[in-house]
Design a protein around this ligand. Structure first.
Ligand SMILES: [Ca+2]
Ligand SMILES: [Ca+2]
Ligand SMILES: [Ca+2]
Length: 158
C-alpha cells in the first residue's frame, strides 16, 4: 500500500497549485480576465452591441438609459434612493445637484464618467480586461474578500 501516500502527496501538491493560482487572481497572460467570470462576460457581451469585443460609450449609453427606465418604478423620470436601492453604487454619487433625486442626465453623466475611468489606457474603448477591473473596483469597497462565485474556495477531492 505504497500508492496511498503517493496519491495523497500528489493530491496535496495539486491542491497547493490550485490555491497558488487562485491567490494570484487574474493572470494577465490568459486570453481575457472577463472569461473567468461568466456573469461578467455575459454582461460585457450584452453591452457590446456591435460585437467587436470592446465597448464604446455609444454602446453603453443606451443600455444605461434602459437600466434607468427599469429602475424608475413609478415612471416619473427620476430615481429616488428607494428606487436606487439595489444598485451597488452610492445614490449621492449620482445626485449631482443634491436634490434627492437622480435624473436621467445625472445617471448617464455619472456612468459616462465611470466609463472614462474604466478606460485606463485612454483609447476610447473599454476592453474586457478594463471592464473586469472596473467592476472589481466597484465591488471592492463593500466586502472585497468574499469571492461572489466561490473562486476562493479550495478544491477538495476525497
Ligand atoms: Ca463594441
Ligand atoms: Ca421614480
Ligand atoms: Ca481602453
Amino acid at each position: 500500500m505504497k500508492i496511498i501516500p503517493v496519491a495523497a502527496a500528489a493530491l496535496s501538491l495539486s491542491i497547493s497549485i490550485c490555491a497558488g493560482a487562485a491567490e494570484r487572481g487574474t493572470s494577465p497572460s490568459t486570453a481575457s480576465p472577463a472569461a473567468a467570470n461568466p456573469a461578467m462576460r455575459e454582461r460585457f457581451h450584452r453591452l457590446d452591441a456591435n460585437g467587436d469585443g470592446v465597448l464604446t460609450w455609444d454602446e453603453a449609453r443606451p443600455a444605461r438609459a434602459a437600466e434607468f427606465r427599469r429602475l424608475d418604478e413609478n415612471h416619473d423620470g427620476v430615481l429616488t434612493p428607494e428606487e436606487f436601492a439595489d444598485r451597488a453604487l452610492p445614490f449621492a454619487a449620482f445626485d449631482a445637484n443634491h436634490d434627492g433625486k437622480v435624473s436621467m442626465s445625472e445617471y448617464l453623466a455619472k456612468h459616462q464618467e465611470m466609463f472614462r475611468q474604466a478606460d485606463t489606457d485612454r483609447d476610447g474603448t473599454v476592453s474586457p480586461a478594463e471592464f473586469t477591473k472596473a467592476q472589481q473596483r466597484l465591488r471592492s469597497p463593500s466586502g472585497s474578500s468574499k469571492a461572489p462565485n466561490g473562486t476562493a474556495a479550495p478544491v477538495r477531492r476525497q
